[in-house]
Design a protein around this ligand. Structure first.
Ligand code: FES
Ligand code: MG
Length: 569
């Protein structure tokens, strides 16, 4: 009689690691064989590949090629690669906002990693919400995992000028709004902003998350910045497949890589690259899956002691392909060496310190500054606290106008996104460049689900008079590709009773970036009166069903990463 053992097992389980070793195994193998695999193939350890191409995700257009490369790497290293689909999130195609579906993708990823018989997983993602979703899911699933990002888009040209999604999208749109460009010109530009596969070409959320992931140790060294369409990205795919097999022999699970020290390293990198505000939410959520708290006070400590080194749009002048050519993340990490915890383990099985020992090479100092002569002495992001934001708010100070940092202003309030779009361009709007624009009810539990609406447009009458920046305050987010004096993620949000919802036209607000303060200068008794009026006038919550209901019930505030309360570690 042949026993299941004699019929062979994968090195660490694979398709054999499920149910009883007799009937369940026999049944599983017979179905696997219907896919044409030989017995030999089925004895190999299984590397699952979370594959996320979608007709609604332009950024992931090259993933099918990358998948082939990963599979080749897995096979060459003695494993069996089996891809599986999950939810895919194409940033610009999702309503009301992609953030709302990050947790859905994270749940899908976690459950499919856990439910299916794989020994390790390669996570193929790239667009803004996909990488955080995959890391959150993989962290919770607890199997060895490696992230491989899609890589950034290449830039394009318009009348000799370099264009890359999507800081330039905003720049040209602002000029169109101000009447400097006509319809025909903006249409020509529209066709040239995003011209290859890959993620947005600037230091937006996707680029920031790719770099943070490598800094965490969850992707192979040197892979974050390789352009999506570069042959090196395919070689990175092959290497990632092989590394996933190696992770099985010497099982290293995400909790051994994503430690508090590694999160600290990732925060350093977030600051040094002038990264996206959204990455604060995502890193908080990823760390939270493993029980690691990332308070905004920690962010301030790290920001105050980390120089900005990378000169990329929207803050600087270059694009991701330039960072790749300039030396990639390795060049940044080497400059930050004294500030990093070098003992952190990575998916290679070695430490960050070991990685950096072996690295050297050309660095373009126009793109990656030396630590001794940084672009800015302090990090790009700062958390503000005060009576208007008891749980904190975020300002990307590196993308803001410093002349607006210490001032008091009069509030011009928009109570919702609809109110904003109805009135912002009204020629009769009572607004001056010194006022603070306030948007309410755009936080995580609001009907809009915390969209990237915090980058309030400059009212048209001011924009056409040449006003480029104003203080803007909201509980919304901002695209990582945007810029301006935009205070975001005000917590608690207006919709759940936060003080932001109590602001009225004409109130005075004081901003002091140097003292990390954001205060509403209104008497407490007056605020209580408004709070009571608001509660009395609040319409009943609309009926919600399905994921929408789950989201509304369970989503946490921005300072907890907008994860679901029941998914935190
Ligand atoms: Fe996918 Fe910007 S739209 S990264
Ligand atoms: Mg974005």
């Amino acid at each position: 009689m042949t026993t299941s053992n004699q019929r062979g097992k994968g090195i660490a389980g694979g398709l054999t690691n499920y149910g009883d070793p007799d009937f369940a195994l026999y049944l599983r193998r017979s179905f696997a064989r219907s896919m044409g695999y030989s017995n030999d193939a089925l004895k190999r350890p299984v590397v699952g590949i979370a594959h996320t191409p979608s007709g609604f995700n332009n950024c992931h257009r090259a993933l099918p090629d990358l998948l082939e490369a990963v599979k080749r790497g897995v096979l060459m290293a003695g494993g069996l690669p089996l891809e599986f689909p999950t939810v895919s999130l194409g940033e610009v195609f999702l309503s009301p906002t992609s953030l709302k579906f990050r947790n859905l993708m994270a749940m899908d990823t976690e459950e499919m990693i856990r439910a299916q018989p794989m020994d390790a997983v390669v996570l193929l993602g790239g667009c803004d919400k996909t990488v955080p979703a995959q890391l959150m899911g993989a962290a919770s699933a607890g199997k060895p995992a490696i992230q491989l990002v899609a890589g950034p888009m290449m830039t394009s040209r318009h009348n000799g000028e370099r264009l890359g999604a999507c800081t330039d999208c905003r720049r040209f749109w602002a000029r169109y709004r101000a009447g400097e460009l006509d319809g025909e010109q903006i249409e020509a530009i529209e066709g040239r902003l995003a011209t290859t596969a890959g993620t947005c070409a600037v230091m937006g959320t996707a680029s920031t998350m790719a770099l943070i992931t490598e800094a965490l140790g969850m992707s192979l060294p040197g892979t974050a910045a390789i352009p999506a369409v570069h042959a090196d990205r395919l070689r990175a795919g092959e290497a990632t497949g092989a590394a996933a097999v190696a992770l099985i022999d010497n099982p290293i699970t995400p909790d051994r890589i994503i430690t508090r020290a590694a999160v600290g390293n990732a925060l350093r990198v977030l600051m040094a690259v002038g990264g996206s505000t959204n990455a604060v939410i995502h890193l908080t959520a990823i760390a939270g899956r493993l029980g690691i708290d990332m308070p905004l006070s920690w962010l301030n400590e790290i920001s105050d002691t980390t120089p900005v080194l990378v000169n990329l749009k929207p803050v600087g002048s270059h694009y991701m392909e330039d960072l790749f050519a300039a030396g990639g993340l390795g060049a940044v990490l080497r400059e930050l060496k004294d500030l990093l915890d070098l003992d952190c383990l990575t998916v290679t099985g070695g430490t960050l310190g070991q990685r950096l020992e072996g690295e050297a090479g050309y660095v373009d100092r126009d793109v990656v500054a030396a630590a001794g002569s940084p672009i800015e002495p302090q990090g790009g992001l700062v958390a503000l606290f005060g009576s208007l934001a008891p749980g904190g708010a975020i300002l990307k100070r590196s993308a803001a106008d410093r002349s607006l940092f210490e001032r008091e202003g009069r509030a011009v309030v928009f109570t919702s996104l609809d109110d904003l779009s109805a009135r912002i361009d009204d020629p009769g709007l009572d607004v001056t460049p010194e006022d603070f624009l306030v948007l309410q009810n755009a936080g995580p539990k609001s009907p809009s689900g915390m969209p990237e609406a915090g980058y309030l447009p400059i009212p048209r009458k001011l924009a056409s008079a040449g006003v480029k920046d104003m203080v803007r305050i909201s509980d919304a987010r901002m695209s990582g590709t945007a810029f301006g004096t935009v205070i975001l993620h005000v917590t608690p949000e207006a919709h759940t009773g936060g003080p932001l919802g109590l602001v009225r036209d004409g109130d005075r607000i004081r901003l002091s970036v140097s003292s990390r303060r954001l205060d509403l200068l209104v008497e407490a008794a007056e605020l209580e009166r408004r709070r009571a009026d608001l509660a009395a006038a609040r319409p009943p919550e609309p009926d919600r069903r399905g994921y929408d209901a789950l989201y509304q019930r369970s989503v946490l505030q921005a300072d907890e990463g907008c994860d679901f309360d029941f998914l935190k570690g």
